[in-house]
Write a protein that binds this ligand. Structure first.
Ligand code: ADP
Ligand code: MG
Length: 678
């Protein structure tokens, strides 16, 4: 057993591989077959092979750049090796006459077969070939495959690989033993199919994926049980009499709830009357009317003598919610408090006092609401809009605001996540879906137009605005540089101002002070501004029903859900709406596909499904949620059948084999528990 150098320990720690338990579950990305020698002449281009050759010539050349060029041959043919970075030790290793095994791709070059930077091993006359496939692990700079392999070997020797599943259960699901699966993946025998291993189809992979999914299911179910044991204020279902706040609110709303809104509200109201905290995700496409449902939940708390907090991720959005709620609730005599980071110190203090004394029944704000210093007198309901924009910790902090009891939580999202994904990625969460748009909306017409016709588009926008329409002009996303993005917005604003002298052209971007932003938005809402040049700050939630036109520049740079969110800013009133996507070629394959999808579909769930296909679930939501995907091996889409089995097995374990469930969770979740609490 080797002792680790400090540098190695540090590198392992950094990858989360500080413990033996973690190393054992650090499985290879792929494998290399060094158990066989391929004759040089039989190697196929682009396929990694191992050849055994004798060096015939070696020299350092300086043109076109410094490189070590080595010629070597076996009985079947000759191959040229090139190394652009090399050490004296490598030159020695590759001196003429040396016998070496090379591993890498052989490609046809100008002077015949070539290998670029192959891996080199010196061999004697009868050095045996390895009898196992060589694993290639996920690694980082400073952590070589060789040292990782050694560390994992050591860990395998020291670690108890006993099965966490009872034997009968293991057999019932036709799973190979855990220890055997681990050994097979780290040290596969040559008989194993390289393809099954690489594509994660081998029985050993099936076992590991099952175990990972089982751990997830177990922790979900545990979290669910834990929630039911926490106390929450019981907010009794209000009597459906004329006098109730809810009833009066619904009476004076200028519209009736859609069927889907009413359904979602009924589910929420039922949760609120339970003695344990609600944890519900309200999903609904952009414009489906989630806010009014959230307002109902807030009112419900007020009716029962509790407070409600309504949190939004940006100032623009929070401010808009504040206005809307204040408008809706003023006739009922309910005061809505506003709390954001940009308030003057004195106003902020006054707001906090009103919240702490209970004088403010409802508080709307940004994450300022969860700052430590804000205490609620009796928090009953916490609403989190666009919840995926908040970190796990921020959401947990809000939960702690109600003292000994946990407030009921309503999270809202317009990123339509397929149901199974939602359930597996967010721990313990009930889901309500608003799958119907309010009546009277005219679908947004989407046009794809080449940037070469930008001038014409400006003309059209100008005409439309002159005829009374309001439009957004969205500036391109420039991921590399926020400064550049800002500059582009300022330039575009100046340009449109010059091109449309008779129009009032506004500008809003992320670097503006909150009150400047608010003033610009207010001007747009009031209809004073005709054309609003904006960066993606308007992406989330902004609701100006009169705006009916949107132009998005460099649409090819945006992601699908972003385009969908942006487009959702128009088509909110009864006016015919259009969204013009200006694109500039040449388009990458994915960009082309994204534009095709956004042009073809308006339904957010369809778009999300396509997005999922294009990106895969990990990237789709995993990393944004938690910084690292919760699932490393299993894939909720590919392994859907296994998810079902794991769900069933989790029930069995929790019912009949609690100790086994504990063992299993310990093995799989060491150090990762908090990720699952969100
Ligand atoms: P989102 O789900 O994207 O947050 P909003 O809550 O902002 O959507 O609602 C979008 C618009 O639709 C708002 O102007 C809102 O007042 C309006 N609205 C909501 N529900 C209805 C309804 N049932 N009938 C008509 N308009 C509605
Ligand atoms: Mg919204």
């Amino acid at each position: 057993m080797s002792t680790r150098s400090e540098a190695l320990s540090a590198a392992l720690d950094k990858m989360g591989l500080g413990s033996d338990a973690a190393l054992v579950l650090h499985f290879p990305l792929r494998y290399e077959d060094e158990t066989r020698i391929t004759p040089v002449a039989l190697a196929r281009a682009g396929q990694p092979v191992q050849v055994e050759v004798e060096v015939t010539q070696a020299e350092v050349k300086f043109r076109p750049r410094r490189q070590l060029v080595v010629t070597a041959a076996d009985d079947s043919g000759t191959v040229t090796l090139r190394f652009f970075n090399f050490y004296p030790s490598q030159q020695k290793q590759l001196a003429p006459g040396k016998r070496v095994r090379l591993f890498g791709d052989i490609n046809p070059g100008f002077f015949g077969a070539e290998m670029l930077h192959p891996r080199v091993r010196n061999v004697g006359d009868d050095t045996p070939l390895p009898d196992r496939l060589t694993p290639v692990y996920p690694a980082t700079a400073g952590l070589s495959q060789a040292s990782l392999r050694r560390a994992i070997d050591d860990a395998l020797e020291r670690t108890d690989l006993a099965d966490s599943l009872p034997e009968a259960l293991r057999r019932h699901y036709a799973l190979v033993p855990f220890g055997a699966a681990v050994q097979a993946l780290h040290r596969p025998r040559p008989g194993e199919s390289l393809r099954d291993l690489d594509e994660r189809l081998a029985p050993a992979w099936r076992r590991i994926k099952f175990d990972e999914l089982l751990a997830q299911q177990l922790s979900l179910k545990r979290a669910h049980a834990a929630r039911r044991s926490r106390d929450a204020p019981v907010l009794p279902q209000p009597a459906q009499t004329d006098g109730s706040l809810i009833d009066r609110f619904l009476q004076q709303l200028p519209f009736a709830l859609t069927g889907a809104q009413a359904r979602a509200w009924a589910e929420i109201a039922a949760d609120l009357s339970q003695p344990y905290p609600m944890q519900r995700l309200l999903q609904g496409d952009v414009g489906s009317g989630k806010t009014v449902v959230a307002a109902l939940a807030c009112l419900h708390a007020v009716e029962a003598g509790y407070q409600a907090a309504f949190m939004a991720p940006t100032e623009i959005l929070a401010e808009q919610h504040f206005r809307k709620l204040a408008d809706w609730l003023a006739p009922l005599g309910i005061q809505v408090a506003w709390l954001s980071g940009s308030l003057k110190a004195r106003d902020k203090r006054a707001m906090k006092e009103a919240i702490a004394s209970g004088a403010a029944p409802i508080a709307v704000g940004t994450h300022a609401l969860i700052e430590d210093a804000v205490d609620f007198a009796r928090l009953g309901v916490a609403v989190v809009d666009e919840q995926h924009r908040f970190g796990v910790r921020q959401r947990l902090a809000l939960r702690a605001k109600a003292g000994d009891v946990s407030p009921h939580q309503l999270m809202m999202s317009a990123t339509p996540i397929p149901r199974t994904l939602a359930m597996s990625y967010y721990a313990d969460l009930d889901v309500s879906v608003i799958d119907e748009l309010p009546p009277g909306r005219t679908p947004v017409l989407t046009k794809l137009i080449s940037a070469a016709r930008r001038e014409q588009v400006i003309e059209r926008v100008r005409d439309a605005c002159a005829a009374g329409a309001q439009a957004y002009w969205v500036c391109p996303l420039i991921e590399e540089s926020e400064t550049l993005q800002l500059q582009t917005a300022i330039d575009t604003h100046a340009q449109l101002l010059a091109a449309c002298p008779e129009l009032k052209v506004g500008l809003v971007h992320g670097r503006m002070k909150p009150d400047e932003k608010a003033a610009v938005m207010a001007g747009f809402v009031a209809g004073d501004t005709h054309l609003l040049v904006a960066t993606t700050v308007i992406e989330v939630g902004v609701d100006v029903p009169n705006a009916s036109l949107m132009v998005i520049e460099h649409a090819e740079r945006f992601g699908l859900s972003q385009l969908h969110q942006l487009r959702g800013r128009v088509g909110r009133g009864s006016r015919e709406s259009a969204c013009v996507l200006l694109y500039e070629g040449p388009l990458s394959q994915t960009a082309r596909e994204r534009l095709r999808v956004i042009h073809a579909y308006t339904d957010g769930f369809m778009i999300a499904a396509e997005d999922l296909k294009l990106r895969g679930p990990g990237e789709f939501i995993g990393s944004r949620q938690s910084g690292q995907p919760l699932l490393r091996f299993a894939d909720l889409v590919i392994d859907e059948a296994l998810v079902e089995l794991a769900r069933e097995a989790a029930d069995t374990l929790l019912r009949d084999h609690v100790a086994a469930a504990d063992r299993h969770l310990e093995r799989w979740l060491a150090g990762r528990e908090d990720l699952l609490k969100a």
